[in-house]
Design a protein around this ligand. Structure first.
Ligand code: OSB
Ligand code: MG
Length: 369
């Protein structure tokens, strides 16, 4: 199977509500959509890099250049179309995981469509539905946050993740716990704290949280291991877990109890599965993180989360939690069991709507061998 054409599109989609983390507030999503064409079929992938290098160093501009100048020429020059072979070849280039993952995901979707099988089956996932949770950003007022949580609970989300940062942490959690003493609650600091905050973070134990995610910068494994020794709340890594090697080192150093797996951050599904398998071997549960993806990237996450060691609730929510109009039909919906059904059709199993893609597109480039 020969790849006949690759398209990159820069898309802009407004969020239904701004999303704020310890590194900033965003009102809209800007991202790259990757399309790969072969034999009348099209595989879709999404690059999770943002406009600004706040979550990690990649941006929509850097990933555009890396895909255009490095990965597309690599793919065409070696006639690559299999995602596993593409991953192996792309690995000789350092970093740029989100750029690599966007193209790899498109190849996975194409492969699954050729074989007329759902992605889940190619990955070896056994779940028919996955656990859906919601990640709630920092708000202007605690009262706004309480109202939003109430709303998400009514919609059926079985667990809530709160974004925290210095100054939006203990007091907020005290209020939230007072209002909702029973809910399954976890927090994510997006690397917002430093080694000097360890004493303070130990007090998170008061709030009966199911985990604290990435309190310290990605490279500060030492602080994570120090905190883990002192806190009962399970520690989860996101930004630090950028490859199997990174996860293995962090494991040896005793940095975590749980891993958040994001396909973009780790550079594709091949690497994500290696991390999944390593964690399974060590009896470390994982869950699938999100980057506020469009329905296309989110469907990829849904299929990945069917693997057996995705034991914890995922940051994968319904389409309407993110966008007034998602790119796919049918949109992602949450069941009354707090789950999301995994589509059984070929590839991602839903249909990207070309008209909506066109409406959101700000830039487009087409590549042929
Ligand atoms: O750290 O999990 C994160 C969104 C953007 C950047 C980083 C993160 C997030 C989320 C969103 O928490 C989760 C979702 O997609 O619903
Ligand atoms: Mg996170």
């Amino acid at each position: 199977m020969e790849i006949e054409q690759i398209e990159l599109l820069l898309l802009e989609m407004p969020y239904v509500h701004f999303f704020e983390t310890s590194f900033g507030r965003e009102e809209k999503k800007t991202f790259i959509l990757v399309k790969v064409f072969s034999g009348g079929l099209c595989g879709f992938g999404e690059v999770t890099a943002d406009l600004l290098p706040l979550y990690n160093y990649e941006t929509t501009s850097t990933s555009w250049v890396i895909i255009k100048e490095i990965l597309v020429p690599l793919l065409f020059s070696k006639s690559l179309s299999d995602p596993i072979e593409f991953h192996a070849e792309a690995q000789k280039f350092k970093g740029h995981h989100m750029a690599k993952a966007g193209l790899e995901l498109a190849l996975w979707d194409l492969k699954a469509k050729k074989e007329r099988r759902p992605l889940r089956e190619l990955y070896g996932g056994d779940k028919r539905e996955i656990l859906s949770g919601v990640s709630v950003g920092i708000q202007d007022e605690i009262s706004d946050l309480i109202r939003r949580i109430e709303d998400f609970l009514k919609k059926g989300y079985p667990r809530v993740k709160l974004k925290i940062k210095p100054g939006w942490d203990m007091e907020v959690l005290r209020e939230v716990r007072k209002e909702f003493p029973q809910i399954t609650l976890q927090v994510d600091a997006n690397a917002g704290y430093t080694s000097g905050d360890i004493d303070m973070l130990e007090k998170l134990d008061e709030f009966d949280l199911s985990m604290v995610e990435q309190p310290f910068p990605a490279l500060d494994l030492l602080s994570h291991s120090k905190l883990k020794k002192r806190i009962k709340t399970p520690v989860c890594l996101d930004e630090s877990a950028e490859s199997l090697d990174a996860v293995r080192q962090a494991y040896e150093m005793g940095c975590f109890d749980i891993i958040n797996i994001k396909v973009g951050r780790v550079g594709g599904v091949v690497e994500a599965r290696k991390i999944h398998d390593f964690c399974a071997l060590k009896a470390v549960p994982v869950w699938c993180g999100g980057m506020l993806e469009s329905g296309i990237g989110r469907m990829h996450n849904i299929h990945l989360a069917t693997l057996p060691n995705f034991k914890l609730t995922n940051d994968i929510s319904a389409s309407q939690r993110y966008f007034a109009e998602d790119l796919i039909e049918p949109p992602v919906e949450i069941t009354n069991r707090g789950t999301i059904k995994v589509p059984e059709g070929p590839g991602i199993g839903v249909t990207p709507i070309e008209e909506r893609i066109k409406k959101a597109a700000r830039k487009k480039e087409v590549f042929t061998p």
